[in-house]
Design a protein around this ligand. Structure first.
Ligand SMILES: [Zn+2]
Length: 423
């Protein structure tokens, strides 16, 4: 009997061990990208204006850059229901929202946020000036129909209810910090006061906004680094890391000066100005995910960068590094596997390792890709068509903002060291 008991126990142990998968730590990244058409599709253009309630005493507005509020109703007793919808579907689950509320007399209002068929990905940020944002106090946040998953969209509530102290001065309620095309241009202009930085248009978006390119160059060196960001409008944290990265490369340190003695830097900080200013969840105003259009180039935004790169290469430029900044559920790197890029691609992995050594406080997973054709995404196009060792540099939606800044700075310093060694 005892023998049988131990035999059964042994069998159970073997079976349970077999079923035990190694525990993966952190965000493991998205799967292979499906090949999709990038021919333009209809987009629902958002109505913009002011909603007025309670005998003209309470107001909501989406009428500003990056604003998104598709509808709002009053349920009585200072309770409102907001509807947030996407520009078109199918679309990635990143329900962006941004609106203002104010009232003639101070009061506490409750807003129920609904996202059509999606869920509440972005934790609300609050601001009174549209420049400085803080996360909503958690005491004023209630998740409804909480997710059942451990991670990603399945782990967030379907609906949220937030409490806001409204007064005559408008309060902004946004998915992430606001960086519309005007604010981004102000940042570019502030850097362009340096003698070695110039800005010019390389094309127009579908709605004729400027595709601005920033050139950091103290003379033609014919070796260059290419950086882009914000193909996806809500991905502000990627933009913030990119901003710190560019500020470091164009800074006054001896390292940065030496870098600029050997390399030029080209930056398109806002790849999707229409999507950003219209408060889109993902797409441009052609209804397309721009980071699937680097094969067929059906969209003007991707075409402008393609034409720029072709022109620079015809002028004799060699691109030595390319980075595309994005945001997702957590920090992650998507380089191209060295079985594809060989010795040339090693710099990307050295770079990742060097950044990790300097920032041990936050582990970042690496997911190398072997699929580079059809090119579809910028990173593949950069490598396949221009020989650039390239990476998709992803930051988490909720990565602390001071850490994003530090990561951008460290990433720039480590890249300058590696490129200096190559020179
Ligand atoms: Zn993205």
């Amino acid at each position: 009997m005892r023998k049988l008991f131990y035999s059964v126990l042994l069998i159970i142990t073997i079976i349970s061990c077999k079923n035990q998968k190694p525990v993966a730590k952190g965000y493991q990244g998205q799967g292979k990208n499906a090949v999709v058409s990038t021919v333009s599709k209809p987009v629902q253009k958002q109505w913009k204006g002011i909603w007025t309630f309670d005998n003209e005493t309470t107001f909501f507005s989406n009428d500003f850059e990056s604003g998104r509020l598709n509808g709002i109703t009053s349920d009585g007793n200072n309770h409102y229901t907001a509807l947030i919808t996407a520009e078109n579907t199918p679309v990635n689950v990143s329900p962006w929202y941004a609106f203002k509320v104010w009232s003639k007399t101070p009061k506490t209002i409750t807003i129920k946020m609904t996202y059509q068929d999606s869920r509440s990905r972005y934790y609300p940020k609050i601001s009174t000036d549209g420049q400085n944002f803080t996360p909503l106090d958690s005491a004023n946040f209630t998740g409804i129909n909480k997710g059942t998953g451990d991670f990603g969209i399945k782990a967030v509530p379907e609906i949220v209810e937030i409490k806001i102290n409204s007064s005559e001065e408008p309060t902004y309620i946004t998915a992430q910090e606001l960086y519309g095309s005007t604010r981004v241009k102000n940042w570019i202009d502030s850097l362009s006061t340096k003698p070695f930085i110039s800005t010019y248009e390389i094309g127009k978006s579908r709605e004729k906004r400027a595709m601005n390119l920033m050139e950091v160059s103290n003379g033609e060196h014919k070796k260059a680094v290419m950086v882009i960001s914000r193909q996806h409008p809500p991905e502000v944290t990627g933009f913030l890391a990119m901003k710190s990265f560019i500020e470091t490369l164009s800074g006054d340190s001896p390292k940065a000066q030496k870098f600029r003695d050997n390399y030029d830097l080209f930056v398109v900080p806002l790849m999707n100005p229409d999507g950003v200013d219209n408060g889109n969840w993902r797409h441009n105003m052609g209804g397309i995910d721009l980071n699937r259009d680097w094969q067929d180039f059906n969209q003007p935004e991707t075409r402008s960068v393609r034409d720029f790169l072709i022109k620079k290469e015809s002028e004799g430029y060699e691109f030595v590094f390319g980075a595309d900044f994005h945001s997702t559920w957590d920090d992650i790197y998507y380089p191209i596997d060295t079985t594809i890029t060989g010795k040339k691609g090693k710099i990307v992995f050295d770079w990742i390792n060097n950044i990790a050594e300097r920032l041990p406080q936050k582990h970042t997973n690496v997911k190398p890709s072997k699929d580079i054709k059809p090119t579809m995404v910028s990173r593949n196009y950069f490598y396949v068509n221009h020989g650039m060792p390239a990476i998709v540099f992803e930051l988490g939606d909720n990565t602390p903002r001071d850490f994003l800044k530090e990561k951008g700075k460290v990433a720039a310093e480590e890249l300058m060291d590696l490129l200096d060694n190559q020179n």
